[in-house]
Design a protein around this ligand. Structure first.
Ligand SMILES: [Zn+2]
Length: 154
């Protein structure tokens, strides 16, 4: 399999790993967001939200994975990666992910949907920031992704 044959990746399996990470975050006192970074259909890195427990507004999983990937992998390798993330990246994360240059980004719950759960104003959509550098695909396992937020005390 070519390393950029993204369509053959085990999308649902990787997204469910992101959901498990999101649930772990909620269980330890952080907000329910999780992400994994996949290359050759293998998870290389994973992270979940740690804003509360780390006391750091930057600790969204997508931005932290972008930071770690830039530390450890070349731009050419980052292009061969897919990020699976439980909720659409916020503008802060999407900005960092432009620098990382991942080939594809797949999310479950959209930023418009999360704004409904959190009763906040919808942010700039990730495609508007990432669209020139990454393919952005939304809505994977959307019912399961939404359930994480329905279960969380927003
Ligand atoms: Zn973010």
């Amino acid at each position: 399999m070519s390393s950029t044959d993204f369509d053959s990746f085990a999308h649902e399996q990787h997204m469910r790993t992101a959901f498990e990470l999101a649930q772990e975050a909620a269980d330890r006192g952080d907000e329910p967001f999780g992400s994994v970074l996949v290359r050759d259909d293998t998870v290389l890195m994973s992270d979940s939200n740690r804003v509360n427990t780390a006391g750091d507004i930057r600790r969204h999983p997508e931005l932290h994975l972008a930071y770690r990937a830039c530390e450890e992998y070349s731009p050419a390798v980052r292009e061969e990666m897919v990020m699976y993330t439980s909720t659409e990246p916020c503008p802060m994360c999407a900005g960092g992910m432009v620098t990382a240059g991942f080939g594809r980004v797949i999310y479950s719950v959209s930023s418009d949907e999360i704004a409904t759960f959190t009763e906040s104003t919808p942010g700039v959509r990730s495609r508007a920031i990432l669209g020139d550098s990454s393919d952005v695909i939304g809505g994977l396992l959307n019912d399961e992704g939404r359930q994480l937020h329905a279960d969380y005390d927003w």
